[in-house]
Write a protein that binds this ligand. Structure first.
Ligand code: HEC
Length: 326
């Protein structure tokens, strides 16, 4: 961006310098009358002065002196010498800058300014032209893949939608359309496409990645974690980032209002991971769970050696629902 601006400024400067002789400032004074006109006036005065008298004669003589002085001082304006060197230099610079602009900045892909961006743009254009000409699924896929890889998402969407028109069961196109929908902020539709794609063969790691992102956004942390774990199992490349995402989802789930997570975080240490009992009595199949009010009170007030466990109302009701399912 900055480079373009600098180029543009230099270009305008060059243009200004090249054109300056033509735009030169106007003479600050009116052009003096031409020599012939002065001579003519002088001749007329000379002829008439004899016939004049008094004040008029004085004025005419004074005017004659004035004219003669003006004629003496008169020099025809010298023509401005033409020096081709600076003009040539400036024109050369303008041409070079123009070539530079064309070579390095057009056309642009987002975030790229290099020569390779141009080469890639050309390649993408060639793929798009070919796909539009033949309309073959293979060509459309090649175009869509390149556009997706380069982050030119409108073109990727166009290509993959065309594929789906020709071959609605193309798993790659279903998945990529799902991802593109997610990226364009339409999670509902995205989930439809991604869930279909991830239950069909061939699966691809990236599908699990985006499905995980989607579930996470919807607050379905356990499902997000499961999807991301599938991503890692399939050898997805963004290992570290996804491991970080999983850790984050786990933390969210702990603090979240999901009953199972609340149990894992606040009760499992004493009552066992599945309520099978430990320090505290077995909860699985425990008839006391039918008496929700009693459980609510035990949790909030504690009982015997069990400490009170302060919980927010939503957490408590999510927890009670979860205990029912034990
Ligand atoms: C520090 C360990 C500890 C934690 C944490 C704990 N409990 Fe307990 N819980 C106990 C013990 C010990 C008892 C038995 C208390 C008694 O009857 O003296 C008990 C009793 C209970 C009972 C009554 C069981 C019965 O048969 O009478 C319920 C229900 C219960 N706990 C639910 C929970 C829930 C739900 C949580 C999580 C919010 C929880 N507890 C957290 C230790 C714990």
């Amino acid at each position: 961006m900055t480079a373009t601006l600098i180029f543009l400024l230099l270009f305008l400067l060059g243009l200004f310098l090249a054109l300056r002789p033509l735009l030169g400032p106007k003479e600050p004074f009116p052009e003096p009358p031409r020599r012939e006109e002065l001579l003519e006036e002088l001749e007329v005065l000379k002829r008439e002065v004899e016939a004049l008298e008094g004040e008029e004669k004085k004025l005419a003589l004074a005017r004659m002196v004035e004219l003669e002085r003006a004629l003496e001082g008169y020099r025809p304006p010298e023509p401005r010498p033409f020096n081709p060197l600076p003009v040539a230099l400036v024109l050369g610079a303008v041409v070079l800058l123009g070539v530079g602009l064309w070579r390095y900045t057009l056309p642009r892909l987002p975030g790229e300014t290099t020569v390779t961006a141009r080469a890639e743009a050309r390649e993408l254009k060639a793929l798009s032209d070919k796909a539009k000409k033949t309309g073959a699924v293979e060509d459309l896929l090649a175009w869509g893949r390149k556009a997706f890889e380069l982050g030119v998402y409108e073109q990727a969407a166009e290509a993959y939608m065309e594929v789906l028109k020709k071959d609605p069961r193309n798993v790659e196109a279903v998945r990529r359309v799902g991802i593109l929908l997610f990226l364009s902020g339409r999670p509902e539709e995205a989930r439809l496409f991604l869930e279909i794609a991830q239950h069909a063969e061939p699966m691809a790691a990236e599908g699990w990645l985006f499905l995980g992102n989607l579930y996470f956004q919807e607050g379905r942390y356990q499902e997000a974690i499961a999807a991301w774990e599938r991503y890692l199992e399939m050898g997805g490349e963004a290992r570290e980032r996804v491991q970080g995402l999983i850790a984050m989802a786990r933390a969210q789930a702990q603090g979240g209002k999901d009953g199972k997570s609340v149990y894992q975080a606040r009760c499992a240490a004493c009552h066992g991971a599945r309520g099978e009992g430990g320090v505290g009595p077995r909860l699985q199949g425990n008839p006391i769970l039918k008496a929700k009010e009693a459980v609510r009170e035990i949790v909030l007030q504690g009982r015997g050696t069990m400490p009170a466990v302060p919980l927010a109302p939503e957490e408590l009701s999510a927890l009670l629902d979860y205990l029912d399912s034990l």
